[in-house]
Design a protein. Structure first.
Length: 94
């Protein structure tokens, strides 16, 4: 699918924009959405979320919540064999 990568970029931009909302419910929903979306494409979103946690201190709580949502949906268990190098990073953050 040629537009798949573009769709990922657009989706991330929309979600990250919602992190800046003055409404706490919108921020929480965006955080949940990022975690839920990440479950569908771990190889793209998990490294992205981990990098954002390291670099975006103002959004760190929201990003950690995204990671928690993904972990609750079995991120690590589903991808443990294909992405073992990211497991220690996830564990140390949680």
């Amino acid at each position: 699918m040629l537009c798949g990568l573009l769709d990922c970029f657009i989706l991330v931009a929309v979600i990250l924009n919602a992190f800046s909302s003055p409404n706490e419910d919108v921020k929480t929903a965006a955080s949940f959405a990022l975690g839920a979306v990440a479950v569908g494409n771990l190889s793209y979103y998990l490294p992205f979320v981990l990098k954002q946690i390291d670099t975006q201190t103002k959004r760190q709580y929201l990003l950690l919540h995204s990671l928690k949502v993904g972990a609750g949906s079995c991120w690590v268990a589903a991808e443990a064999h294909s992405r073992p190098c990211l497991i220690p990073q996830c564990v140390s953050l949680i």
